[in-house]
Ligand binder design. Sequence first.
Ligand SMILES: NC(=O)c1ccc[n+]([C@@H]2O[C@H](COP(=O)([O-])OP(=O)(O)OC[C@H]3O[C@@H](n4cnc5c(N)ncnc54)[C@H](OP(=O)(O)O)[C@@H]3O)[C@@H](O)[C@H]2O)c1
Length: 290
Amino acid sequence: MKQANILITGATGHIGTTLAKQLSAQGVPFRALVRNADNNTQTIAALPGAEIVTGDFNDAGSLANALLGIEKAFLLTNSSEQAEQLQINFVEAAIRSGLPHIVKLSQLHASAASPVRFLRYHAAVEAKIRWSGIPWTFLRPNLFMQGLMGFRDSIVHQGKFFATAGEAPISIVDTRDIAAIAAAALTTAGHEGRVYDITGPQSLTHTQLAAILSDALGKPVQYINVTDEQLLPALLQAGFPAWQAEGLIEDYAHYARGEAAAVSNAVAEVTGKPARDFAGFVKEYAPMFL
Ligand SMILES: NC(=O)c1ccc[n+]([C@@H]2O[C@H](COP(=O)([O-])OP(=O)(O)OC[C@H]3O[C@@H](n4cnc5c(N)ncnc54)[C@H](OP(=O)(O)O)[C@@H]3O)[C@@H](O)[C@H]2O)c1
């Protein structure tokens, strides 16, 4: 296989690992930036075409090293209080290295004026990238279907899951479709200057998600709508740092206002395949919820 000219950051995470697997399956070599050699790193290192480089968004020298010879980079971190600065560090390293194309994982409705902190930090990074002059592609996905895994324990043990989404429909999306768009943006021409709003094929309320889950699992699963005042301490107790827990409350309020209901055609347009639907997702993931 030829030398990698694609860099995946966030490679040990959810989307990054899925993207690495998809590129490998397509026979595309890639370099994966990882912080340390934990188990997930071994999974990626074992993929045909993978080259591992260690580095940290806090360490400019390691980013310069990771970017050597790279033509396209995928930028992703988790959402934390440091995320904006970490991603800006990467953009600055990319400017210095003369990176020809950056594909940034953002979020649907990223905006500097948003009341949702996650949407503001993504907008700030997008603005920095636009300013940088580096050709870019922004991927703005809606709520991840795989986020349901975060409710796994209560679904398995109580047949319930709890959130503050109200009865608003949300066009939730399978992360494999997000990774497939990223793979296309990194391997095919014509994605520079494009913003892809990435959604699933239909908009569903959490009550509808529960009904589809119940059918697939053959046991009742109920969605319980709770208040912010109930959810926040539960998130803190589950170990989320305050900044992230408060961000999730803001994010869910945005969903509950019905602002994330629109369905886009980006998955089909970019990958040539229809977006995966929730019923299919649940069938595949059912064993995890039993
Ligand atoms: N969840 C949703 O429904 C949703 C919807 C739309 C958009 N998003 C966006 O999706 C993104 C999260 O994607 P994900 O779930 O794939 O993330 P994830 O699984 O949490 O993975 C985060 C990755 O970032 C890496 N990372 C964090 N800090 C780093 C640092 N200082 N240096 C190097 N690497 C670092 C982590 O490496 P380690 O393994 O070393 O920690 C990990 O590989 C966020 O930007 C979020 O806003 C999420």
